[in-house]
Design a protein around this ligand. Structure first.
Ligand SMILES: Nc1nc2c(c(=O)[nH]1)N[C@H]1C(S)=C(S)[C@@H](COP(=O)(O)OP(=O)(O)OC[C@H]3O[C@@H](n4cnc5c(N)ncnc54)[C@H](O)[C@@H]3O)O[C@H]1N2
Ligand code: MOO
Length: 394
């Protein structure tokens, strides 16, 4: 076991060996989900004026408790042009600019209006400036909105757009070539036959990569023939090649020799994790290579821990690793061995219950799992009720 690379070390080596791809400039409207390569600063102040937060009447706090004379209207995008003076009020709507002279908004539910005459009908605003959003409440021109290396998630792209961003500098989309290997495999959706296994790892990979900016190049199912594999690996045009199967030590495990024959160098092979131990990483010119084990659960775990983080790293993420959280163990766990263990578990009422059999070929337990419990190497036996680190996967 001593030759197995710890997971964190393998991830660090992967990132060090494969630099992020080039940048490109995109209109903000095309940049959802990209990682930003240059910080986005606010080009405007938000809100640009003092605005009303409610529908009601803009007035002077000094004139409380009224009555007032309504002298005009301020709607969002159509401000009142005049000035509010002693005893005057302006009808105002949510998001509309506060008129000069007014400092407070009386909500319409607490007012009674008869023509121009307005009187208080309730408690009224509790303090000066009530129901007013002040200029710059959210951010001011020049403020940093999105940092380099941050992803344009829903909230970040929305704040960037609000800040007036037009074109943003991002990393270009990552081109990921995927290949399954194995003579036993047939195309998913092509039916069943007694000696053949419907292939599932490419669908699993595509599903796991569906939410990152990656273009998938499907190399199909490759046979267990070294010359065929070598040719495919030597000619692939992508940023990252991901293979599944043929990564172990059997006579038909030909991915490693085929990669070497195709001119790739292997940086590491075999990592201290379960499942997923036979993972290999290498490089051919500018092409990063990850060889995943064929067992579907091993392919899932190594995609979560290596493929997706590498895609994020290549795409410029400054925090490419997935985050974990914690759950309470619903049952006791035995001491762990020398590899980091990722145990499929169901979450019920915030408690994690492990699947009884953790064989890496078993997809149904993975499909039913809500999380993977992460066990550090040599983690001691744990009792029911203890807290454990988990990856949410549901
Ligand atoms: N003597 C040893 N044997 C094995 C070792 C070892 O250290 N010494 N490691 C075991 C571990 S751990 C794993 S994981 C597997 C991984 O082996 P391979 O990467 O060579 O995978 P295959 O043999 O090609 O396939 C394993 C299993 O998964 C099925 N499979 C493969 N590809 C797909 C696919 N695309 N879709 C669905 N299912 C797939 C395949 O039919 C096999 O049943 O090696 C152990 N052996
Ligand atoms: O590492 Mo294998 O992936 O345990 O089954």
């Amino acid at each position: 076991m001593s030759e197995l690379l710890p997971v964190a070390e393998a991830q660090a080596r992967l990132f060090a060996a494969n630099p992020p791809v080039a940048t490109e400039v995109l209109p903000i409207t095309e940049a959802i989900g990209r990682w930003i390569a240059a910080p986005i600063l606010a080009e405007r102040t938000q809100p640009a004026h003092d605005l009303s937060a409610m529908d009601g009447y803009a007035l002077r706090w000094a004139d409380m408790p009224g009555p007032w004379r309504v002298i005009g209207e301020s709607a969002a995008g159509r401000p009142f042009p005049g000035v509010v003076r002693d005893g005057e009020a302006v009808r105002i709507f949510t998001g509309a600019a506060m008129p000069d002279g007014a400092d407070t908004v009386l909500v319409q539910e607490e007012a009674e209006r008869d023509g121009e005459r307005l009187i208080l009908d309730g408690a009224g605003p509790p303090r000066k400036a009530a129901n007013v959003r002040h200029k710059g409440l959210d951010f001011s021109k020049g403020d940093p909105l999105v940092a380099a290396g941050d992803r344009l998630t829903a909230a970040r792209i929305a704040v960037a757009a609000t800040g007036g961003a037009r074109n943003v500098t991002v990393r270009r989309r990552i081109r990921v070539a995927i290949a399954a290997t194995g003579d036993e495999l047939i195309e998913p959706g092509s039916g069943t036959s007694p000696d053949a296994l419907p292939e599932s790892n490419r669908l699993l990979l595509r599903a796991l990569l569906a939410d990152v900016p990656a273009e998938i190049i499907d190399l199909g199912i490759l046979p267990d023939q070294q010359d065929v594999l070598t040719k495919a690996f030597a000619t692939v045009d992508a940023d990252l090649l991901v293979t599944t199967g043929g990564a172990s030590v059997g006579d038909h495990d030909l991915v490693r020799p085929a990669l070497l024959a195709a001119g790739a160098s292997i940086d590491f092979w075999r990592v201290a994790l379960r499942p997923g131990k036979p993972l290999m990483a290498g490089r051919r010119g500018d092409l990063a290579v990850l060889g995943l084990p064929g067992n579907p659960v091993s392919a899932f775990v190594t995609t979560l821990l290596f493929v997706k983080p590498l895609v994020a790293h290549l795409a410029g993420a400054h925090r490419p690793l997935p985050t974990t959280t914690r759950a309470i163990l619903g049952e006791a766990l035995p001491a762990n061995g020398p590899r980091t263990d990722y145990m499929r578990a169901e979450l019920r009422d915030g408690r994690a219950f492990v699947a009884t059999i953790q064989d890496s070929s078993m997809l149904l337990t993975l499909a039913r799992a809500g999380c993977l419990i992460v066990r550090a190497p040599h983690d001691p036996a744990r009792e029911c009720g203890e807290s454990a680190e988990i990856f949410m996967i549901g």
